[in-house]
Design a protein around this ligand. Structure first.
Ligand code: SF4
Ligand code: SF4
Length: 101
């Protein structure tokens, strides 16, 4: 990717993010069991999450932050370790809000 196309894709992402609000619940709607993640060979969530909410830790675990989740379900779909991800929709009135126009 060239510097110009990279800059354009960053701008496009920023433009898209400007249309999104997050009504953050105090309760996480997705939890990740970092102990289960330690044995993961794919780490598919790292690249699959469009919001980049999964991060590796220095000790081989996974740090997950639920606040800016798009609720797309991709992490749950790509995860190959049963029990690593517990996924629910946020409580009523919370979560991502996509604005139009
Ligand atoms: S959440 Fe799933 S895909 Fe991601 S590191 Fe853990 S086990 Fe692997
Ligand atoms: S539901 Fe989508 S946005 Fe939310 S953590 Fe999973 S992949 Fe990322």
């Amino acid at each position: 990717m060239t510097d110009i196309s990279r800059r354009e894709s960053v701008l496009a992402f920023d433009d898209r993010m400007a249309t999104v609000d997050f009504r953050i619940s105090h309760t996480a709607h997705i939890t990740v069991d970092s102990e289960v993640c330690r044995s993961c060979t794919t780490r598919a969530c790292l690249v699959a999450c469009p919001a980049k909410l999964f991060v590796t830790t220095n000790d081989g675990g996974i740090l997950f932050n639920y606040e800016q989740c798009f609720e797309c379900g991709t992490c749950y779909a790509v995860c190959n370790n049963e029990g690593a991800i517990t996924w629910n929709y946020p409580e009523g009135g919370h979560g991502v809000v996509f604005r139009h126009g």
